[in-house]
Every structure is written in structure tokens, then in C-alpha cells.
Write a protein that binds this ligand. Structure first.
Ligand code: PEP
Length: 252
């Protein structure tokens, strides 16, 4: 089980990042659950200091596919490793929607992340209109095919996939547990087709979209859910720790 917090563009200043990461380090260390926080770039160093000696991992929210060069405003994978990041979120729907990130770009970044010894948390998910048109699996299947089909993956612990229906992100309305399970089983099957049953079957699949302490148990109890990517509920150490505690109970 993995519970990862996506802070988005919150707690970006070093003192705030240090405070929240320090709070998480104090309360969110259940033995059976991997925990990670993903601050904005500007908060990574301070968060790393606050997490020093704790089992909580650090992740970033994006990276560039090149190692260096004339790419104003971008950050390479090697620098994230140097800042102690284990994870990097790729292809979040906000990056796809606001910055035009494509599945092809996500594929390049995922390959570079693996080569740089980062674990990519690759986000996929359909919009409300796509779901209402009965196209959820078609859309998510295409995202998984394009973003992950070309990866050479021998070890399932090197990749995490997050199913995040766009209509559930930041809305307070999560997917129903059965809806999430149905999509996770589909993603699992697609990964098994791409990378073989042993590898595809063991990749951690996170659910993201308004997971909160009150709905975490029903979601995390589904057989193909291996954890959560948590947005707003990760911005307060107490509510994030409650979700980690639920994950621990479900995993036990
Ligand atoms: C997210 O943006 O990754 C997310 C899951 O946000 P929230 O939990 O706020 O819906």
C-alpha cells in the first residue's frame, strides 16, 4: 500500500513545506504502508530536511525528459534525485489540461524517470463527458498504451500508476468504490498485456480523486487498489495521517 500526497501549488515556500513535511513525518509512519509527500519544486529541499531520518518518502510533481539544456523554467530528473526524491508524478490531469501535456510527452518523461532511478507515478483518467459517453475505458486504455506501452519494465516496484477520474479531482465527490475497482481492474489487465502478468500484475495502482478519511476504507478495500494519491486531504498532516492509518488497517 502506498499513500502519496500531491500538494499541488500549496506550501511552496520552504518554511511552509518544512512545517507540513515535519508534521507528516511525526504522525504518518505506519509500518505496513509506504508514505510519500510531493511538494512543489521550491519546497523539496526544506521538505527533505524535515523528512531526514523518517520513513516518509519525497516526490516531485513534474520533470523534463532531457537531462539539461535550454528549457527555461524546467527541472531535470537528475536534480530531483539529488534532492532525495524517490517519486515523480507525471501526466497529472492539471498538467494535461493547463499545459497541454500529451501521452507522448508522459511516455518520454516516464522513460527518463526510470533511467534516473526515480519511480514515476503516472496519472491517467477520463473527464466527465468521456465517462457519460461510455468512453472511460477507451480513454484510459489509450493513455496507458501510449504512456507506458514502450517502457521496458522488469521490476514492478519501479512504476506506480494512479487512476484519477478528472470529475472526482477536487470536487469532494470520489468515484464509487465499484467504479474505481472496475477501472483499476481494466488498468491492471492493460499493464499485464504490456509487461506480462508477473510485472503488470504487481505494479501499484493508486486511486486519486477526493479520497478523504471518511471514504478511504471503502476505496482502499477494493482488490485492485494499492493505495491513494491524495490532493486536498494531504495539506493537513492530521487528515493525511488518518488516511495512512486506514490504509494500514486495510493492509493488515
Ligand atoms: C489530485 O489532484 O491528485 C487529487 C487526488 O486531488 P483531490 O484529492 O483534492 O481530489
Amino acid at each position: 500500500m502506498l499513500i502519496a500526497g500531491n500538494w499541488k501549488m500549496h506550501c511552496a515556500a520552504p518554511p511552509k513545506a518544512r512545517e507540513l513535511a515535519g508534521g507528516v513525518a511525526e504522525v504518518a509512519s505506519e509500518p505496513g504502508v509506504q508514505v510519500a509527500v510531493c511538494p512543489p519544486f521550491t519546497g523539496l529541499s526544506a521538505a527533505a530536511e524535515a523528512l531526514d531520518g523518517s520513513p516518509v518518502h519525497l516526490g516531485a510533481q513534474n520533470m523534463h525528459a532531457e537531462s539539461e539544456g535550454a528549457f527555461t523554467g524546467e527541472v531535470p530528473a537528475g536534480a530531483l534525485r539529488a534532492l532525495d526524491c524517490r517519486y515523480v508524478i507525471l501526466g497529472h490531469s492539471e498538467r494535461r489540461q493547463y499545459y497541454g501535456e500529451t501521452d507522448e510527452a508522459v511516455a518520454e518523461k516516464a522513460e527518463k524517470a526510470l533511467a534516473s532511478e526515480l519511480v514515476p507515478i503516472v496519472c491517467v483518467g477520463e473527464s466527465l463527458s468521456e465517462r457519460e459517453a461510455g468512453r472511460a475505458q477507451e480513454v484510459v486504455g489509450r493513455q496507458v498504451e501510449t504512456a507506458l506501452g514502450g517502457l521496458s519494465l522488469g521490476d514492478p516496484s519501479r512504476l506506480v500508476v494512479a487512476y484519477e477520474p478528472i470529475w472526482a479531482i477536487g470536487t469532494g465527490e470520489s468515484a464509487a468504490p465499484e467504479q474505481a475497482q472496475e477501472m483499476h481492474a481494466f488498468v491492471r489487465e492493460t499493464l499485464e498485456g504490456q509487461h506480462g502478468e508477473a510485472v503488470g500484475g504487481a505494479v501499484q495502482l493508486l486511486y486519486g480523486g477526493s479520497m478523504k478519511p471518511h471514504n478511504a476504507e471503502a476505496l482502499l478495500s477494493q482488490p485492485d487498489l494499492d493505495g491513494g494519491l491524495i490532493g486536498s486531504a494531504s495539506l493537513e498532516a492530521g487528515s493525511f495521517a488518518e488516511i495512512v492509518a486506514v490504509a494500514e488497517e486495510v493492509a493488515a
